[in-house]
Design a protein around this ligand. Structure first.
Ligand code: COS
Length: 379
């Protein structure tokens, strides 16, 4: 086992850290407050190669490994999880799925602008009545010969309004159950496709989360990903990789809150000495540091499994389960260490605590991760 990062990975980590400090930190409180999408930051992320990190340069990507992607996600999430969720969805749910399972024409037409950051993608699986129970898709894609007729509603879609390319999961043949589901590439502007209301969220408030409505949208057959009926497996395989991204986001949120709490504890004095010198605070920070390191090992392990061509369903589920719990625990403690200051926006930790919660919910709740883990260990 080699726990050392390569020189290139260290450089990527530093570049992401610099970008987060210079471009994401200014205005992060206002963007959260006003639910403002980080348009300029995403544009810059595209220029820096962060929107298509694992995509081959042949298709406009950076051609990097998953660990490099995780390192960048972690650094950006320390400062702004609204930026990093847009990055995560674009990289692992949209670009990765298209590169792995798309046709050459789909890659030329859709992957290239997504990987370069020129366009943003969205992944549309969740519905008002199908989140965890993903096989129960109500959105239909009726086979009409040379096109599919798409009808239905998708909910809580990240990049919902800012995206222009959407991967939509829909049921074509209900009799076949999950084997009758397809994944279709839908473009913004197609007749009958309407972006619905923006959600007013607890956290990641800069991220634009919308419902989407499809009414008799004609999607050409050549926009289907994979064979007829491959849609559910496409979603599952893609989500396994997506969970590595969200695990990295959770890790970054935890590490960001820890760094702020440590700094505060070394500066703030009470009872005649820095609060770090009080065991009550020092032990909290010791636990936070240890838990973050444990989560980091699981997240990096999942990334390495993916890079080494191993199965990563189990390791990504464990990474997400652990890192999201650590994010929640550490951010709560970071607020506690800050005392009254922790409860106000200026000190950032209250935002990180709000942002942490979603990592236990999206791309498979913690309970879903336990289903995946328990099934894997039972086999
Ligand atoms: N990769 C490839 N195929 C997979 C897979 C994976 N990771 N996981 C499941 N499948 C396949 C199974 O092999 C099965 O195919 P066959 O019947 O051909 O063998 C099919 O998918 C159905 O699997 P299963 O019977 O296990 O489905 P369940 O309905 O029991 O659901 C869970 C499995 C719960 C794991 C799945 O529905 C899930 O992950 N749900 C959460 C979805 C999610 O993350 N939602 C958030 C929305 S995105 S923000």
């Amino acid at each position: 086992m080699d726990f050392k990062l390569t020189e290139e990975q260290q450089m990527i980590k530093q570049a992401a850290r610099d970008f987060a400090q210079t471009d994401c930190l200014p205005g992060v409180i206002e963007r959260d407050d006003q639910q403002k999408f980080p348009q300029d930051q995403i544009k810059k992320m595209g220029e820096l190669g962060f929107m298509g990190m694992m995509v081959s340069p042949e298709y406009g990507g950076s051609g990097m490994d998953t660990l490099s992607y995780v390192l960048a996600m972690e650094e950006i999430s320390k400062i702004d999880a609204s930026c990093s969720v847009a990055m995560s969805v674009n990289n692992s749910l949209v670009c990765w799925g298209l590169e792995k399972f798309g046709t050459e024409e789909q890659k030329q037409k859709y992957l290239k602008p997504l990987a370069s950051g020129e366009k943003i993608g969205a992944f549309c699986l969740s519905e008002p009545e199908a989140g965890s129970d993903a096989t129960s898709q109500r959105t239909t894609a009726e086979d009409k010969g040379d096109y599919y007729l798409l009808n239905g509603t998708k909910n809580w879609i990240t990049n919902g309004n800012s995206a222009s390319i959407y991967l939509v999961i829909a049921q074509t043949d209900p009799e076949k159950g999950h084997r009758g589901i397809n994944a279709l590439i839908v473009e913004k502007g197609m007749d009958g496709f309407v972006v619905g209301k923006k959600e007013d969220k607890l956290g990641i408030r800069g991220s634009d989360t919308h419902s989407l409505m499809f009414t008799d949208v004609k999607v050409p057959k050549e926009n289907r990903i994979g064979e007829d009926g491959f849609g559910f497996k496409f979603a599952m395989k893609t989500l396994s990789g997506g969970r590595i991204g969200i695990a990295a986001q959770a890790l970054g949120i935890a590490a960001g809150a820890y760094e702020l709490a440590l700094k505060y504890a070394q500066e703030r004095k009470a009872f005649g000495k820095e609060i770090m010198r009080h065991q009550a605070i020092a032990f909290k920070l010791a636990d936070m540091h240890t838990e973050i390191e444990a989560a980091r090992m699981l997240v990096y392990r999942a990334a390495l499994d993916k890079d080494n061509g191993e199965s990563f369903d189990l390791s990504s589920a464990m990474a997400k389960l652990k890192a999201s719990q650590v994010a929640m625990d550490v951010t709560v403690e970071a607020v506690q260490i800050h005392g009254g200051y922790g409860y106000v926006k200026e000190y950032h930790v209250e935002r990180l605590m709000r942002d942490a919660k979603i990592t236990q919910i999206y791309e498979g709740t913690s309970e879903i991760q336990k289903i995946v883990i328990s099934r894997a260990i039972a086999d």
